[in-house]
Design a protein around this ligand. Sequence first.
Ligand SMILES: Cc1ncc(COP(=O)(O)O)c(C=O)c1O
Length: 390
Amino acid sequence: MANVFARRPVVITRGKGALVWDINGKEYVDCTGSYGVALIGHSHPKVVEAIQKQAERLISCHAGFYNDMRTEFLQKLVSITPKGLNKAFLSNSGAEAVECAIKLARKFSGKPEIIAMMGAFHGKTMGALSATWDKKYREPFQPLVPEFKHVSPDNLEKMREAITSKTAAILVEPIRGEGGIRIPPDGFLQGLREICDEKNILLIFDEVQTGFGRTGKLFACEHWGVIPDVMCLAKPVAGGLPIGVTIAKENVMSSLKVGDHSTTFSGSPLVCAAACATIEVLLKEKLVERAAALGAYFKGQLENLQSKHKIIREVRGLGLMLGVEFRFDVLNIILKAMDKGALILDAGRNVLRFLPPLVIEKEQIDKVVSVLDAVLEEEENERSSDSPAN
Ligand SMILES: Cc1ncc(COP(=O)(O)O)c(C=O)c1O
């Protein structure tokens, strides 16, 4: 496999709920949730059952034909997405969901320019990469797609100044994930909505990481009561199988005509069956409410750690999308926590990111917090013994 992933020295072979096990049978509480994919837990029995049943009936069916399972999924999806977002394109990943949104914005408006945010992450295919901010991802692949620019993510005045007669859309993550779990200032997303309405440009929300209940609302935009014109989803939508969704207002999506966009696997019956089961589980098990309640508990426990360990700079996040910012690189902490049975992600160099399955149990959160407590203690001791005063 190409050497493009920062690999951790562990072979994961099994998962259930918020737990995974390695090849030696060692158990971990998984606060990576496979980068937010395992939202309803690893190998949820309802998803397993749906995949098994559908695999026996029909696995693939090109979107050039109608398919019952695809129709069922689209109906279920539209029943939960914000009002007015009711026409979807199905793909296979978050980056593809963003690619479709970019093409859609250009086709709908007849204009080329996309404004994204400083600090944004939208994926690594060429269009999505052009909207992504971090130069370490961008620079080796220049020239990127033209007519992308980045604006400060908390300044509506700068946004107004950035808009030109060529602007097709503003693309934004309601909460920045990879960019360090950053919540926008009050009024920012509402302000973007107003600007877009006034200037007649599209507002695109990338909810690839925040969507489907992760933040304690079905979609993060609901925290601010703002409905975009286009929304991108991916990671958890099909319970662990690859999927991307670009869902838009009907008049917007209708600007794409036959042949304008496609992908061979669009809405495969197998993936749609898993996605139907995922939505059913999400609603039946009240996982969105659970994310809000357990997220508040988890955040509180992390804040307790912050009072105890001065190396923590800030705790932030909503629901079960949490970040802990340090004053230094967190790789060492991640590796030590893994050793003690807790898998944690980073978000940039100095932020720990927690995207656990929403089915995580309180005791499992307690375990992660006590692992982190012990690791931070060690880290502080090592840092104070390294200090020039000693
Ligand atoms: C907000 C956001 N958009 C897009 C993507 C890209 O998704 P994928 O890795 O499935 O292409 C990610 C991935 O982390 C993401 O967090």
